[in-house]
Design a protein around this ligand. Structure first.
Ligand code: G5P
Ligand code: MG
Length: 225
């Protein structure tokens, strides 16, 4: 089949649009490695690292953490995955972050989940999370088999401190003013693919079809190079 190049994708969308849920399905179906900036930050908070302690109040208040801190953290993680295909979730979230990612590598595709804000507000207050793996549940949409426990490990689930209604509103504002310009940035580079809807189960088949076409295509082009 010739040489296979790695495939690099970013998944974007407002808080609660389903980035984590769709990422889990993409990694299951296509074997990309999943790197979530929010999961990494929460792991640092849980482990009480210096970085985690510094960032906790920002995150709890629904504000973005500083660009230089998060860019350094994510880029150093990506350097360790140099030879793997990956899916980046939650980064970049500002144009400055997108530029720092560009200075290291070219992104093949940006999947943009376009979900109305009202739908999001309803979802986030019923979210439960398995912190070590990043698996997400929802008491209405995909409840765990046993309430409060992770399906795979049986370990306890937690609720995020930034999922209160006031903080969700602040996170949506940060998205509107700081992250939406990143969509323009990628649109102008011709790599943005938008999927609109109010239900992940309806959005997912379109993402799956798109990636099925896209991933072999990248590999084919490089096989010929
Ligand atoms: P995060 O962790 O990146 P957000 O705010 O971008 O957080 P979040 O909340 O993790 O995004 P998501 O991943 O888009 O949302 O969505 P999800 O978890 O899959 O789904 C949300 C809920 O809805 C779940 O309970 C799920 O089961 C349910 N659900 C999914 N689909 C459906 C459906 O069809 N129907 C229903 N009813 N339910 C559904 O970032 C957190 C913080 O970290 C900092 C910031 O402070 C940020 O606020 N941070 C950064 N700061 C600066 N720069 C960066 N790059 C940063 N990255 C993180
Ligand atoms: Mg998430």
């Amino acid at each position: 089949m010739g040489l296979l190049r790695v495939f690099r994708a970013v998944i974007m969308g407002p808080p609660g649009s389903g980035k984590g849920t769709v990422s889990n399905r993409i990694t299951d179906s296509f074997g990309l490695k999943h790197l979530s900036s929010g999961d990494i930050l929460r792991a640092n908070i849980k482990a009480k690292t210096e970085l985690g302690l510094l960032m906790k109040s920002c995150i709890d208040q629904g504000q973005l953490v500083p660009d230089d801190v998060i860019s350094r953290l994510i880029l150093s993680n990506l350097r360790n995955m140099d030879h793997s295909s990956w899916l980046l979730d939650g980064f970049p979230r500002t144009v400055a972050q997108a530029e720092s990612l560009d200075s290291m590598c070219t992104v093949d595709t940006v999947i943009n989940l376009d979900v109305p804000f009202q739908t999001i507000k309803e979802r986030l207050t019923s979210r439960w999370l398995h912190l070590p793996s990043g698996r997400v549940y929802n008491t209405d949409f995909n409840p765990p088999k046993i309430p409060g426990l992770d399906d795979v490990t049986g370990e306890p689930l937690i609720q995020r401190e930034d999922d209160t209604p006031e903080t969700v509103t602040r996170r949506l504002k940060a998205y509107e003013f700081q992250t939406q310009p990143v969509l323009e940035y990628y649109r102008s580079k011709g790599v943005l693919e938008t999927f609109s809807g109010t239900e992940t189960n309806k959005i997912w088949p379109h993402v799956h079809t798109f990636l099925t076409r896209k991933i072999p295509h990248v590999q084919q082009i490089c096989g010929q190079a």
